[in-house]
Design a protein around this ligand. Structure first.
Ligand SMILES: C[S@@+](CC[C@H](N)C(=O)[O-])C[C@H]1O[C@@H](n2cnc3c(N)ncnc32)[C@H](O)[C@@H]1O
Length: 235
């Protein structure tokens, strides 16, 4: 990838972080999920695929967290926050060493990737036996997924169909529109086809988007209700 290639998140770094800071309760809910699924990372080697600005990593000890990020705007902030960026580029373009990581996670980044099979296959090869691939995303089938797809098709959130139904500060339309929203079961099926048998699931943002930022939510088991869902797949 040439340095001049513009990435989906270039130019949005400040807006991205600001959105989470303004939606602080939504952020707290997602951060709770993120921390719970990572668990105790002491002494573990982690890779964050599409680490963005390292916002979530800034709330954990990221001494042993490596990152891959195509957007220079986002990645530079992540580096300042302590993430060790091993590649400014797309996961598709990276060679990862085999049997190396304890945890590889995609926090919101699968939602910007078309073909998940090769990137998950590559990640599974790079995990140690017993290591975990963790995928956190807004499911396509959730209320958030519908909202983003409707915003994308209308090219605005400011539409009579959405009147009185939108949260005060919705996720930037350009980032919703550039997403490739996948269902949770689509990702589970990709992993099953790659030989994964051990799964667990956690979710948050159970409330409708209009109310999500009223207060932080707890994390619960499962994946069929949440606006933010984690698939935990064990190699
Ligand atoms: C929704 S943001 C999430 C950022 C960060 N993980 C977080 O949770 O704040 C998605 C990130 O995935 C990155 N991304 C998109 N396509 C990618 C790809 N093919 N390989 C690696 N990262 C990618 C984007 O540049 C962006 O930073």
């Amino acid at each position: 990838m040439g340095k001049e290639t513009r990435q989906k998140f270039d130019g949005y770094a400040a807006q991205y972080d600001e959105w989470f800071m303004k939606n602080e309760h939504l952020f707290t809910s997602e951060l709770r999920l993120f921390k719970e699924v990572l668990g105790d990372i002491t002494g573990k080697k982690l890779l964050s695929v599409g680490c963005g600005s390292g916002l979530f990593e800034s709330y954990i000890d990221c001494t042993h967290v490596e990152g891959i990020e195509p957007s220079g705007d986002m990645g530079k902030i992540a580096e300042k926050r302590g993430v060790n960026i091993i590649k400014y580029g797309l996961i598709e373009e990276v060679d990862l060493p085999d049997n190396t990581y304890d945890i590889i996670y995609f926090n919101g980044s699968s939602s910007y990737m078309e073909d998940l099979t090769p990137v998950y296959a590559k990640s599974l090869r790079a995990l140690k036996e017993g290591g975990r691939l963790i995928l956190l995303d807004v499911p396509k089938e959730s209320a958030f997924g519908f909202m983003y797809l409707l915003g994308k098709s209308l090219n605005t959130y400011d539409h009579e169909y959405l009147k009185d139904a939108m949260p005060e500060l919705p996720y930037p339309l350009a980032l919703a529109a550039s997403g490739v929203w996948h269902t949770t079961e689509e990702k589970i099926n990709v992993l099953k086809a790659l030989g994964i048998e051990k799964f667990s699931f956690r979710q948050t943002l159970i409330k409708n988007p209009l109310y999500t930022n009223e207060e932080p939510e707890e994390v619960s088991e499962g994946y069929k209700s949440g606006g933010y869902v984690a698939i935990i797949a064990e190699k």
